[in-house]
Design a protein around this ligand. Structure first.
Ligand SMILES: [Zn+2]
Length: 310
């Protein structure tokens, strides 16, 4: 806004008035003609993404003294190829799938983890980790939604498959706060072709529209949500929801999977609220980026000039 000069208007001669008018017009003109800031640029997109944060992240939620918090921006150039990293072994049982529910922050698919059958091993992991649940994070718009970013690129959504170390711990609760307790597999979602297997899950979402609602699901094979290319980055990090425990070995797939616009729309049609409450669309349920600090991100693949374009 242009602030009018503080002058006694009645005392001005007409020539002074015309000069003043010219000055004001000049100022206005320069404001009007200044090019709008380009919002596709990284800093601007990042600010808009941060402005859209869920209220839980606008308060003083932090991990005091935390040195390995998640999510992070993965820098392709700074990640280190580790030839010792084995391919990740995935052994999921579709029958272990129990139900899907609206947690009030995201939707989550729960698995029976009472036996060794369904889980992952290999990759950067020393032990077998059992699958406990998977869930997604997503944005209100396609420009953001993923928790991790790659060279500042934000995807519209991100899948997390959460596993716990059943060799070192008795149960999931103990593993959450323990060293090497959890392993979370991350997969980015990008806009593209319809994901046929994901649709099985999407069709159930209207049944869990409100917070705390749950619906039967299964059998469901979660490996159908992994990309064909199994290249990954791995780094030591934390949960991205409270208690933010620093017990997670992250395994983030390099390649995203494709989902259709209406499938993401179905995610966004869920609600944070319970029936009877004012309806609040379940969107922007991601934690802001955390500092890398003294961590190294290792890759299972050799970086090529393919670079940031995925
Ligand atoms: Zn998550």
């Amino acid at each position: 806004m242009v602030r009018p000069p503080v002058l006694g208007w009645s005392h001005l001669k007409s020539s002074s008035l015309s000069l003043l008018a010219k000055q004001i017009w000049g100022t206005l003109r320069s404001h009007l003609l200044r090019p709008a800031r380009c919002c596709s640029q990284v800093p601007c997109a990042r600010r808009r993404r941060n402005d859209a944060l869920h209220p839980v992240w606008k308060g003083p939620v932090s991990m005091p003294g935390g040195t390995r918090q998640s999510p992070i921006n993965i820098r392709w150039r700074d990640s280190v190829y580790d030839p010792q990293l084995k391919p990740l072994g995935v052994f999921y049982k579709a029958e272990a799938c129990l139900y899907v529910w609206n947690t009030g922050y995201l939707f989550q698919v729960e698995f029976d983890d009472s036996t060794e059958g369904s889980g992952i091993s290999g990759g950067p992991l020393e032990n077998h980790y059992r699958l406990k649940q998977f869930h997604f994070h997503w944005g209100a718009v396609n420009e953001w939604g993923s928790e991790h970013t790659v060279d500042d690129h934000v995807y519209p959504a991100e899948l997390h498959l959460v596993h716990w170390n059943a060799v070192k711990y008795q149960n999931y609760t103990d593993a959450v706060t323990g060293a090497d307790g959890l392993a979370v597999v991350g997969v980015f979602l990008k806009l593209g072709a319809r994901h046929k297997e994901l649709q099985e899950l999407v069709t159930v979402l209207p049944d869990i529209k409100h917070k705390d609602a749950r619906a039967a699901l299964g059998p469901f094979q979660p490996s159908c949500l992994l990309p064909a290319c199994r290249d990954y980055w791995t780094y030591p990090g934390s949960l991205t929801t409270p208690p933010l425990s620093e017990s997670v070995t992250w395994i983030i797939h390099k390649k995203p999977i494709e989902v259709a616009q209406d499938q993401l729309a179905a995610f966004r049609s869920l609600l944070f609220s319970v029936p009877g409450e004012e309806e609040k669309a379940m969107v922007n349920n991601y934690r802001p980026l955390q500092p890398l600090m003294n961590r190294k991100v290792r890759s299972s693949f050799q970086a090529t000039h393919e670079g940031a374009r995925l």
